[in-house]
Ligand binder design. Structure first.
Ligand code: BGC
Length: 254
């Protein structure tokens, strides 16, 4: 294992993706390797799929994982887009045991935000920066002057009488067969609501739909700049690796 390299893994609703990351440059050192997320996505089955990713790279070192839930002290507290069995599971412990490697786990949007602020569209940005990941759900990462407020879960705000991600996630666009125009209007309303609550200086959009930014960009009428994430679907992997490195340093100094 080379000092600056860490295996980053992003657990999504449909795929589990990993790559070895150079945490100094934020670049992928290897190709991305993907296995489908098992269905049902129960803890044991997902741990097995994650081990497949680890074995693919013949990896024996530190691992960082972005996971689609509120994660406190390694434990999953919610499970909106993954099997409910995860609630109360110590994800770090389970995955460390399954892989035989030290594993650090955080919310998937939080780690994507870490990557974007360090290497991507939010690099060097001060003030309040919000990253929203648009996919099966709406994930969020909130930073003030580069410091993360973890597990912000802005996709779960009550909005229009429902959970916001049930109104404006990409899965809703697909389910209701909304045009980009109709979905974009919904998403704009959601961003305006966030602006009212948090007065961000910059909004970054990540997840699959950030690649389609040009289809709805003109519909977004908020006062701050809105930019698509630069690292696209690599942000989760890169951020997960960075977070593992940060935590290792903390453990060594505490
Ligand atoms: C979850 C978040 C997650 C987001 C994106 C939401 O449903 O509650 O924790 O970050 O989906 O995966």
């Amino acid at each position: 294992m080379i000092e600056d390299q860490i295996l980053g893994i992003d657990v999504g609703a449909s795929g589990i993706k990993g790559a070895i990351v150079n945490i100094k440059t934020g670049e992928l050192v290897t190709e991305r390797f993907r296995v489908p997320t098992p269905f049902p996505a129960k803890p044991k089955a997902v741990a097995k799929s994650i081990s497949e990713v680890v074995n693919h790279f013949d990896w024996k070192g530190l691992i960082g994982v972005g996971f689609p839930a509120v994660i406190q002290n390694g434990v999953a507290k919610t499970a909106a887009n993954i099997d409910k069995k995860w609630i109360g599971t110590n994800v770090e412990k389970l995955l460390s045991e399954a892989t035989g490697c030290p594993v650090y786990v955080r919310n998937d949007a939080d780690v994507a935000g870490i990557a974007e602020l360090q290497f991507g569209a939010g690099k060097g940005k001060k003030g309040t920066v919000i990253l929203i990941t648009i996919g099966s759900g709406l994930g969020s990462a909130v930073f003030t002057d580069g410091v993360l407020l973890p597990n912000s879960e802005l996709g779960h705000l009550k909005f229009k009488g429902m959970i916001a991600e049930h109104y404006a996630a990409d899965s809703i666009r697909k389910k209701l067969e909304l045009s980009w125009n109709d979905w974009g209007k919904r998403f704009n309303e959601y961003l305006q609501h966030l602006e009212l609550l948090l007065s961000p200086d910059l909004i970054l959009l990540g997840g699959g739909s950030s690649k389609k930014f040009s289809k709805y960009e003109d519909l977004l009428k908020v006062n701050c700049p809105v930019l698509p994430a630069k690292l696209l679907n690599h942000a989760g992997i890169i951020g997960a690796a960075c977070l593992a490195s940060l935590n290792k340093k903390k453990t060594l100094t505490s």
